[in-house]
Design a protein. Structure first.
Length: 430
């Protein structure tokens, strides 16, 4: 059996096409079961995110072109799209490259944001879904488990995940540098767009105690706040809630500042000058520049964050090169494991055959004793017959190898049966 991956991602196609070819939570169970029912497939998992859709499969046939054709045909049929529309967007990875690709994906090396950690959780969800549907087997399961382990090693042994490279992630990381743990803090998020949602998700992942969403549309704020057990307020209510906020992150399309120096001064008095971290991601600014002059206010703008992000991108690129070296070693480790797995089947068959022969010869020796032969005679029969039967087939194959001048097989035979004793000497007869 071997592995194969069919997929597309942010490097090979547009957002519009990725949306069209994504699997939804509703149709994913049906899809992975249907995929595993293909004649050439024995194990299957589907990874589907906003940036990639990938089929990971174990194939039980060496007909590579036919396997590729069946996978592409199934993918096109499921999404009701012609193969010609996908010719320039799909990639296919063979066995070794599938292993390498899975390790890179899990480690964040193939992500739009280099080193981002979310993809590992999404891979774990794909693994769990396949287990639930009964389409995850020994080989594919080992690949996913190995990918999870390697991703952990990459994050432990390199700095790829330590430096924020998105505005939202950088904002939350800065707040952690100032406050440490966030589990007793309250965050006020001004706006309800994509950046604010992403920042809220990062805060939630860091166990923030409470999130308040302020937005011009309270309905939209409520929809976002529900995801984090938070509360929603309107923009005019900000001054009433500001004193509760330890962290303020703002990203709106307002042409004028939303937070002025006076409102912040009042909030600080109510807080008895307990510090507030403010991150103004908006352009133009949501927070008046003068707010940064106040004591107990840590104000960062989008320009401050971009400088941090650029430095961190360079740092992550260096870490990615280290991670690539780790992955190459781990690809070989996986291949070695698989080779060992294949030898286990051979060893088991040899042992089963030897056990069958020994039981058969032992039974005949017992019958000889029952018929009156001495134990000595029965033991000699058992030893002689067992030796002949166990070595008959190897001896036949080695004689054939000698006739065909297959010196490589003769050397393998010597190594298998004599081990380190390559002299070929026989015990001296007494």
């Amino acid at each position: 059996m071997s592995l194969i991956t069919l997929g597309l991602n942010h490097k090979t196609t547009s957002v519009k096409m990725r949306e069209r070819l994504a699997f939804t939570p509703e149709n994913l169970p049906e899809a992975v079961k249907s995929l595993a029912e293909l004649n050439c497939i024995s194990e299957a998992a589907i990874l589907s995110t906003c940036n990639r859709t990938e089929l990971y499969c174990t194939i039980n046939s060496d007909e590579n072109r036919e396997n590729d054709r069946q996978l592409i045909e199934w993918f096109c049929n499921f999404h009701k799209i012609s193969a010609s529309e996908l010719n320039d967007h799909l990639y296919l990875h063979d066995h070794e490259n599938t292993i390498r690709h899975a390790l890179k994906v899990a480690s964040g090396l193939d992500s739009m944001v280099l080193g981002e950690p979310q993809i590992l959780g999404q891979m774990k969800q794909a693994y769990a879904q396949s287990n639930t549907q009964g389409t995850m087997g020994t080989l594919l399961g080992k690949l996913f488990q190995h990918a999870f382990s390697v991703a952990k090693q990459v994050r432990t042994d390199t700095e790829i995940g330590s430096s924020p490279v998105s505005v939202a992630f950088a904002a939350v990381s800065l707040s952690k540098q100032i406050f440490g743990d966030l589990d007793q803090l309250t965050a006020l998020m001004i706006g309800a767009g994509e950046t604010i949602e992403l920042a809220a998700r990062h805060l939630d992942a860091n166990k923030i105690k409470h999130i308040i969403i302020a937005n011009r549309s309270v309905e939209k704020a409520e929809h976002l706040a529900e995801q984090f057990n938070g509360e929603a307020i309107s923009l005019p209510q900000i001054s009433d809630y500001l004193a509760r906020a330890d962290i303020v992150i703002s990203s709106t399309a307002s042409p004028l500042p939303i937070l002025g120096k006076g409102a912040v001064e009042k909030a600080l008095k109510k807080r008895k000058h307990k510090p507030i971290f403010m991150c103004d991601i908006a352009v133009p600014r949501d927070v008046e520049q003068e707010v940064g002059e106040l004591d107990d206010i840590y104000l960062y703008t989008v320009d401050d964050l971009q400088e941090i992000i650029q430095e961190n991108l360079e740092s992550r690129q260096q870490a990615a090169e280290q991670a690539a070296d780790i992955i190459e070693v781990q690809v070989e480790n996986f291949l070695n494991w698989q080779r060992t797995l294949e030898s286990v089947d051979v060893i088991r068959d040899i042992r089963d055959n030897a056990e069958h022969i020994s039981q058969d010869v032992l039974e005949k020796a017992r019958k000889q004793i029952a018929q009156g032969k001495s134990p000595e005679e029965a033991l000699q029969f058992l030893a002689r017959t067992l030796t002949n039967k166990l070595l008959h087939q190897p001896s036949t194959q080695l004689r054939q190898a000698g006739q065909e001048s297959r010196h490589d097989l003769l050397e393998y035979g010597r190594s298998l049966f004599l081990g380190n004793d390559t002299t070929g000497t026989r015990p001296t007869k007494k």
